[in-house]
Design a protein around this ligand. Structure first.
Ligand code: DX5
Ligand code: ZN
Length: 226
């Protein structure tokens, strides 16, 4: 089966002083989802947005909101983000090594559960909860900041995620996040990524539509027979 790749601009690289316009511009440029990075200054050494900001973004767009929780206590805070409109919620394995209860709670509250793995965590940790997931997020930079360089070892991890999905006969999406550019998007898609998160590559571009279209084409090139 061949699925179209989804492009999810990460709002972390947007101009926060013009958030409403930036969100609308990403939507007009063809974004499939919006990726929202929530950081608590504890799980990662950075602070970003809370539920009130997500609520404001929800009012600005009808795109699916993909909330990536880089927080130490995701079980406590995920409901707050679902209440204000999160459609997808990723929690980190490193913050929650027994994630099945939190993932089930996310689903019960009406959002799609996802498990994220940081660069030093093998994808195999996802296996015990794979049946409870709608997505696996493979981090291709160390979480905490936008604008970092794609770690090449992430390609093998995307392949691992795809093999795991095939082996278990499941249908979860595979998302890649961190340092994704027009140049490496095809390799990431070929390795297994269905959802390409891109912060700097979209919001740092002079023309968002050109960047998003180029990424979508890179995904399509990866899906085409060699
Ligand atoms: C990093 C975040 C990423 C980041 C992506 O912790 O999870 O979503 O914002 O930004 P770029 O594409 O600039 O690496
Ligand atoms: Zn992210």
């Amino acid at each position: 089966m061949c699925r179209a790749h989804l492009i999810a601009p990460s709002v972390l690289s947007a101009d926060f002083g013009r958030l409403h316009e930036e969100v609308r511009a990403a939507e007009a440029a063809g974004a499939d989802w919006l990726h929202l990075d929530v950081m608590d200054g504890h799980f990662v050494p950075n602070l970003t947005m809370g539920p009130d900001v997500v609520k404001a973004i929800r009012r600005a767009t009808s795109l699916p909101l993909d909330v990536h929780m880089m927080v130490s206590d995701p079980g406590r805070y995920a409901p707050r983000f679902i209440d204000v409109g999160a459609d997808w919620v990723s929690i980190h394995y490193e913050a929650c090594p027994e994630p099945r209860g939190v993932l089930a709670d996310i689903r019960t509250r009406g959002a799609r559960p996802s498990l994220a793995v940081s660069p030093d965590t093998p994808v195999a940790v996802v296996a015990p909860s794979a049946r409870d997931l709608d997505m696996v997020l493979v981090m291709s930079v160390h979480p905490g900041f936008g604008g970092q360089k794609f770690l090449p070892g992430s390609l093998a991890k995307l392949e691992d995620a795809r093999r795991l999905r095939d082996r278990l006969g499941l249908g979860f999406l595979i998302e890649v996040d961190g340092g994704v550019t027009v140049e490496n998007a095809e390799a990431a898609a070929r390795a297994g990524a269905d959802v390409l998160v891109a912060g700097t590559a979209v919001f740092g571009a002079t023309d968002y539509a050109t960047a998003i279209t180029a990424m979508r084409q890179a995904g399509a090139a990866a899906a085409a027979p060699a």
